[in-house]
Design a protein. Structure first.
Length: 244
């Protein structure tokens, strides 16, 4: 993880994502649906649902949309049933890509994902072909412009909160946790007065792929095509795209 700022990749895509607000709400609703169906409708008793709701609220999703997704999952509204699928493949120059899907039609989802890979110079692979290159981690970011605390003070608070690692860049403090303690670390840091720019459980690459400029363009198009798909929830990759 050292030497790479995941936050820069996130920041690079925020404006584009804002333009896709309706699609973001749809994906958030699916996350809430699955979490509520598996663990019950009470966020206080269901950490996965609480995380999904927090993420939806961070995207300014209306409360009525959140409530509707929970009611669908618990049978209080007629709704479809979703399946979770993870596809793995290779982007330009052999870069690793993982795609999390939530769909009511597996055949459609598989066809759409395969087409996006092929059209962007990549190819869909077998299960397990790249997942070993990622670790599932809690990931939190404190924008340095939002705090007067110095690095040592932040590090102390981060460790006391239960995180396992912090990396400091020019713009941010990037914090990594085990998924099981993510919620506790997030709450502890917020109680300590920090504003979190990013807070999510995600897939962190163990190594990164250096791409030539042409391949970077192809990779960005692949990511865009995948994120535009109706059934795609998350796209993870190990390509260095933050040089800009």
């Amino acid at each position: 993880m050292a030497g790479h700022s995941k936050w820069k990749n996130i920041q690079r895509r925020k404006n584009a994502q804002d333009a896709k607000r309706g699609k973001i709400f749809m994906k958030a609703a699916k996350d809430i649906y699955v979490a509520a169906k598996e663990g019950g409708p009470d966020p206080e008793m269901n950490p996965a649902l609480r995380l999904a709701v927090d993420k939806a609220k961070a995207s300014n999703m209306p409360n009525e949309n959140i409530d509707r997704a929970i009611k669908k999952a618990t049978g209080n509204l007629d709704g479809v049933s979703y399946d979770e699928v993870v596809y793995e493949g290779y982007g330009p120059a052999g870069s690793a890509v993982m795609v999390e899907i939530l769909t009511d039609n597996k055949n459609r989802a598989a066809s759409d994902v395969r087409h996006a890979f092929t059209k962007s110079g990549g190819n869909l692979g077998e299960n397990g072909c790249v997942s070993f290159m990622f670790n599932r981690k809690g990931y939190l970011v404190i924008d340095r412009s939002t705090t007067d605390a110095d690095e040592d003070s932040v590090m102390l608070d981060v460790l006391e909160a239960g995180a396992e690692e912090m990396e400091t860049t020019e713009d941010a403090f990037e914090i990594f946790t085990e998924p099981e303690v993510f919620k506790d670390v997030k709450e502890a840091l917020e109680e300590a007065g920090y504003t979190l720019d990013t807070a999510e459980v995600t897939q962190i690459p163990t190594t990164y792929s250096q791409l030539e400029e042409d391949d970077k363009d192809k990779m960005e198009k692949l990511i865009d095509r995948l994120e535009d798909l109706e059934d795609v929830q998350e796209v993870y990759h190990n390509a260095e795209l933050d040089s800009e």
